[in-house]
Design a protein around this ligand. Structure first.
Ligand code: ARG
Length: 456
């Protein structure tokens, strides 16, 4: 394809380091779609005859069929997917194939192919993440009244509801969906027609190719068109942040399913046994979801590092954009699917959660708030008085509401038995009606609002 000024073929190791066909064959459909759009535009602008154009279109369809039916022979000596397809096209239709590359370079070709691929990946991930949000909303909706401990520092802090906890992840994932949509909107411009780097002297119509490939328009600068991979970086960055959120959820599932917590149960469908310990039920899917996110973050780092030192315009370094991106896409799609499965599968153990919600003097803040409201005590003083009451209960090895009124009055004589009304975990969560708070009524509002925003 480019041997005119060469006397000899490449060294074996040259071919090995240079060839990308083993991984960029994944771009065959995008490459053929791009070529068909380009050929169509070349005919429409009179650069190519209709007869040649028709032969090219039919030939590209034939190549596509060969690939999809497993009859295509991918050749390493033909370097990459672009040259493999073009060489096969030449075998099938003869000289007309040689006219397809008019006003085009592999530089704008690969940039276009890869954008089309990343765009599909973005669309797929947006849909999949929305499905996961739907699963979270269903579980949250079913468990708005289930009380559990809320933690800070993994120490019991205040009672919350199970639905509220899940809705925290819905909030994160909604932002993730927003980031993916933003990336999609920003990247939807077509580099085709930038040619090698400077544009072309042929009277091409870049708006036409852009429109026929579903882009909003052509990229504005031909140099940038072939030099930039920030569309892939944004995809990987958004996928990494999504991955971080899902890894935290996975981590919580690992903790929650342990014998020490028993907050939730997973069925046989999402657990595995041990080959030596017959009693074991391990949350492998959650652990692997947590681990696979490492690949996504790794891919983001890889591509950032590949790009950071490249002078404009194209450099072969950029061929290294694909493997990490493909690997990350496979990983994040697997993680989202596994998490959606686990969320639908898990069952909160309501009695365990409720008992745990009352441990660690979790309603101490409610007691302090009561002192402020009933006795008009400054909060700092109420905090101190409550601390002494907690200390008293701790010394006796009992919960706050197991103290007698007399015992509390020994610390603060003005306390009345109305205080017992605020010490239960159910009362605690029901009272937290501030916007975005954990009260079941508020969580139901959050659920309805999220459903409305996502059209679920
Ligand atoms: N296989 C190459 C890649 O993925 C295609 C572009 C080649 N361009 C070039 N000037 N050698 O980046």
């Amino acid at each position: 394809m480019w041997g005119g000024r060469f006397d000899r073929g490449p060294a074996e190791i040259m071919e090995k380091i240079n060839a990308s066909i083993d991984f960029d064959r994944k771009l065959y459909a995008q490459d053929i779609a791009g070529s068909k759009a380009h050929a169509g535009m070349l005919v429409a602008t009179g650069i190519l005859t209709r007869a040649d154009g028709d032969q090219i279109q039919a030939g590209l369809d034939a190549v596509k069929a060969e690939i999809e039916e497993g009859r295509f022979v991918f050749r390493k000596d033909r370097e990459d997917i672009h040259l493999n397809i073009e060489a096969r096209l030449a075998e099938l239709i003869g000289p007309a194939a040689g006219r397809l590359h008019t006003a085009r370079s592999r530089n704008d070709q690969v940039a276009t192919d890869f954008r089309l691929w990343v765009r599909d990946a973005l669309d797929g991930l947006i849909g999949q993440t929305t499905g996961l949000v739907a699963a979270l909303l269903a579980q949250a909706d079913a468990h708005t009244e289930v009380v559990m401990p809320g933690f800070t520092h993994l120490q019991v802090a205040q009672p919350i509801t199970f639905g509220h906890h899940l809705m925290a992840y819905v909030a994160m994932l909604e932002r993730d969906i927003g980031r993916l949509r933003d990336a999609r909107a920003r990247m939807n411009e077509c580099p085709l027609g930038a040619a090698a780097l400077a544009g072309t002297s042929f009277p091409i119509d870049r708006h036409m190719t852009a429109a026929s490939l579903g882009f909003d328009g052509p990229t504005a600068n031909s140099l940038d068109s072939v030099s930039s991979r920030d569309f892939a970086l944004e995809y990987l960055a958004a996928a990494s942040i999504l991955g971080v959120h899902l890894s935290r959820l996975a981590e919580e599932i690992v903790i929650w399913t342990s014998a020490q917590f028993r907050f939730v149960s997973l069925t046989d469908a999402f657990t595995t046994g041990s080959s030596i310990m017959p009693q074991k039920r391990n949350p492998d899917a959650a652990e692997l979801a947590r681990a696979k996110v490492g690949r996504v973050i790794g891919a983001l780092n890889t591509l950032l590092i590949v790009m950071k030192g490249l002078p404009l315009a194209y450099a072969k370094d950029m061929q290294e954009d694909k493997e990490p991106t493909f690997d990350a896409a496979e990983a994040i799609e697997l993680v989202v699917a596994a998490m959606a499965g686990m969320i639908a599968d898990l069952k909160p153990n309501e009695a365990v959660l409720k008992a745990a919600a009352g441990t660690g003097f979790s309603t101490a803040t409610d007691l302090a708030d009561w002192l402020v409201r009933a006795l008009n005590m400054p909060f700092r003083e109420a905090h101190h008085v409550t601390g002494r009451i907690v200390k008293l209960a701790e010394g006796k090895g009992i919960d706050l509401d197991a103290l007698s009124l007399a015992e509390m009055q020994a610390v603060e004589p003005r306390i009345t038995d109305a205080v017992f009304g605020v010490l239960s975990v159910d009362n605690s969560v029901a009272s937290r009606v501030s916007f975005g708070g954990t009260a079941p009524s508020g969580v139901r509002t959050q659920i309805a609002a999220a459903r409305g925003r996502l059209g679920l």
